[in-house]
Design a protein around this ligand. Structure first.
Ligand code: NAD
Length: 259
């Protein structure tokens, strides 16, 4: 099997579950060595990816903390020597009206979903510039393009990361380093499962009914996007065919933002 990313190192933040894990698996299948990050038990993800025959390391940096992110990069340099592909994926959600939004939730969503991508990008770019090759993929959201009520911090952070994507792409436009954002609609991961459980509980309805309501409200395809599909788009963005795809916010949202 051809492995075009063999010998490259990919850091995927928030890759112990959900979309990040799907992307890490997709890149590993193309031969990339992987640095996993995120909370919870990382061993199932690590052993799954090791079976694909690539080197895998894990670092549990808290992406809300600049100092932890610097330690993560020191760890990557020690264990993998370089970084070629950076996927800024770690993210959290909190749902409330602005006047009820806890200040500490605002601060942590902005730190994890937005500021962490600034810190990882500033630390990764010098490695990429040395090789004149790199890929930065920011996992934004349909909420990086349009808004929903009760998601002030999330929508602000995701619009922010789309802006950061464009600046990163422009600053490196004449180099072999590209930066793009992927904007998924609903993906059935622990982050969305919690919103489904809350909806079902609040309305006294079944999980199936809550799923139907969630999808029909926003997503014309009435289908979840899968972490595997997002992984495949990330693989494409790392391919030579995507050499001149720069600063794009690529919706993968079942038509959500086409409306
Ligand atoms: P998830 O909850 O399954 O995964 C989130 C990952 O981030 C986990 O590995 C978690 O441990 C990690 N994480 C959380 N806080 C962290 C921190 N402080 N430091 C380090 N790691 C941390 O969620 P997901 O749905 O896979 O979300 C991944 C990304 O995709 C997020 O940025 C999210 O906003 C985005 N997204 C998700 C959806 C969706 O429908 N699920 C849609 C659009 C965008």
């Amino acid at each position: 099997m051809s492995q075009p990313l063999k010998g490259k190192t990919a850091l995927v933040t928030g890759s112990t579950s959900g979309i990040g894990l799907g992307i890490a698996i997709g890149l590993a299948k193309q031969g990339a060595n992987i640095v996993l990050n995120g909370f919870g038990d990382h061993l199932p993800a690590q052993s799954h990816i090791e079976q694909l025959g690539v080197k895998v390391h894990y670092h549990g940096a808290d992406m809300s903390k600049a100092k932890d992110i610097e330690e993560l990069f020191a760890f990557v340099e020690k264990n993998q020597s370089s970084i070629d592909i950076l996927v800024n994926n770690a993210g959290i959600q909190y749902v409330a009206n602005i006047e009820d939004f806890p200040v500490e939730k605002w601060d942590s969503i902005i730190a994890i979903n937005l500021s962490s991508a600034f810190h990882t990008s500033r630390l990764a770019l010098p490695y990429m510039k040395k090789k004149n090759w790199g890929r930065i993929i920011n996992i934004a959201s349909a909420h990086g393009l349009v808004a929903s009520a009760q998601k002030a911090a999330y929508v602000a952070a995701k619009h922010g990361i789309v802006g950061l994507t464009k600046v990163t792409a422009l600053e490196n436009a004449t180099t072999g380093i590209t930066c793009n954002a992927i904007c998924p609609g609903w993906v059935l991961t622990p982050l969305v499962q919690k919103q489904l459980d809350d909806k079902a509980k609040a309305l006294g309805i079944s999980n199936e009914k809550a799923t139907e309501m969630l999808l029909s409200e926003k997503e014309p395809s009435l289908q979840f996007t899968t972490p595997e599909e997002i992984g495949e788009l990330a693989v494409f963005l790392c391919s030579p065919a995507a050499n001149n795809v720069r600063g794009v916010a690529w919706a993968m949202d079942g038509g959500w933002t086409a409306q």
